[in-house]
Design a binder for this molecule. Sequence first.
Ligand SMILES: NC(=O)CC[C@H](N)C(=O)O
Length: 451
Amino acid sequence: MSATPAPDIRQHQERLAAEGIDVVRVTYPDLIGTDRARDVLLDSLPTACAHGLTFCRAVYHTSPQGDVVPVPGGLDAGLPDIHVRPDLDTLVPLPWEPGVASCLGETVDPATGSPAPESPRDLLRTVLARCAEQGLTPIVGPELEYFLCDEDPASPSGWKRYSGAAGVVYTAGLRADPDNHLLRTLRHLRDLRIGATNGNHEFDGGQFEINLDHSEALSAADRSFRFKAAVKELARKEGRLATFMAKPFNDAGGSGFHLHLSCDDERGKNAFDDPAGAHGLSATARHALAGILAHAPALAALANPTVNSYKRFGPDTLAPWLIDWGLDNRSAMVRVPPERGSGARLELRLGDASANPYLLIAGTIAAALLGVRAGEEPPAPLEGYGYDTARSAVLPMNLSDALDALEADTALTEVLGKDFTTSYLGYKRNEVERFHRHVTDWEFTEYAYHL
Ligand SMILES: NC(=O)CC[C@H](N)C(=O)O
């Protein structure tokens, strides 16, 4: 079927064709933040825009391995359609894939004409609308770590850490990155226009951190989502694997997804900032901080969303596993960074790199909002080096406990919505069950010879 293109779509088509683009990749996040996509030939773009691209709604209920998880709206509903409409305002040529531009897709449930209930982007929009009712616009700056791996037929997984096991922490250059992976990646990310600002080699061999500029929350989530997909694609182009798994190796630390958070008020002024307040924090910032701490056990289910996530936690990891906050203290779950001219902000260090950016950001903002609404006050800040259970409460230490904490946190789930929470809990509990049924290498080594 050929539709007569609307004038603005025709303009996009002509501009893309002039740039040598003949394919548009329409991409959207599933429940766990994996980029799902379809390649659309440029000639078919008007039809895709007019009618949306049709996917099975089970896309939200299907694990990366292809298991369809029985949560409401999927198998029980006969695997119905969802439609995905290209958002042409987000079009950008893929710097490493000549002829292809990418754009984000908006998912619509054709049964209701509304966003699909599981859509992470729309969940974030819902939470942001609640903030707007309080006159607050959250501003988010994401920092993500990942490991780069080379193929290794000798390893059971088929992969080993890039450049060997030696870590050269906080460096850039050839000693820790002999193939200049970071430089190449940073330049491609610049051309992808997602606000990447800088990067360095991290603690462990083959581990990198790249920071993104701060912005309004939806853009920060979109850019983090596109960042993860881009880094993974770029690695594959080189025959490598980039993984945002929380803790991929036994002999290396984990990968974090730290969030810097502040809020603008209705006049565009940083509402977290009060030079006269204790530590430069306003009452709004204190309440937001208290909300994040109070809802941290439930938030872990979104910030640390896999069975593997909880292996990142532990003493001396710079990954928090206790519920505390501190002034410029990286051993705390929430750090208040020193003021450097842009006003006060909080750095939430809880999240790991495997988190779906939309859910991590939505959950964090929802927790902060609840603290602001309730006028909660935080406890005294952590002094000195943390990781002391005598001083701070412990987070859930496995996914199952975190999911129970999310379900029990009715204030948070009210903000996140019943449909989303039901799907998320169903999906993730299925993941826990599949893990518990699976026999691991560790079990064989531990038991097979001795028992
Ligand atoms: N540089 C750092 O702060 C390390 C962070 C740590 N890798 C984490 O998982 O959060």
